[in-house]
Design a protein around this ligand. Sequence first.
Ligand code: PTJ
Length: 243
Amino acid sequence: MIPKDHPRYRSLVARERIADAVRSGIVVVEGASAHGRGEAFDYLLGEETSASAKRAEKTAAAFLMAGFRPVISVNGNTAALAADEIRDLAEASGAAVEINLFHRSEDRMEAITAHLKAKGVSVLEGTAERLLPLSHDRALCMRDGIYAANVVLVPLEDGDRCEALVSMGKTVITIDLNPLSRTAQTATLTIVDELTRALPNITRACREMSPDTGEQLIADHDNTRLLYAALHTMQENLTNAMD
Ligand code: PTJ
């Protein structure tokens, strides 16, 4: 049991969720390592949502709301950490939810589907086909899901698939604490924020934003500026820590 007054309570709970999910087969061992890398970058962000991430989250809501058959792609880590938040975002944005795994196995697909459904997430089910220009199993996706969507949200993504989706002309939104990752650098829109902080902000924006504001955010969107702002926040935090 992690005491609620522990100064690192939130972080320890997240770590325990990942560890439990490794034991139940939802998260791969590699996913625990990916989580640790995220934690390190979150320290550099001061473990809070920066002003530029808030803008990115509103822009993500605008893209999702304006999208044609938008899809939220869910992997093991996302399912373990944020099933409730995925359900709420799917409801608010009208996006479908599709499971897409890097380390794909039928057992994991079933375990993640069951976990998401138990949390009230409506998951796209059916036969996945090799429809993305990739040699590994991330090429597998649903014809009526990721393949048909023109906007795809891919939290904690691997660079190859992000690149493949962009090359297919899709608007790719990622949530990645590392602004230097290949995914962060390749996506159409990169939210440099922690997954469980970012998702509720996107959901709120979907519920509250006017269509005019959404159009303006899309028109003004500049991912290089967002990435630069994230790096600048980290640089400032490091400089302040040395003062
Ligand atoms: O479940 P699978 O089989 O699809 O595998 C999922 C993982 C995460 C193992 C796979 O996609 C992978 O290896 O990802 P990477 O290449 O390690 O990238 C994950 C990125 O997410 C890294 O840049 C991390 O910094 C970042 N990250 C980790 N945890 C979080 C995060 N970003 C936001 N919020 C987090 N909680």
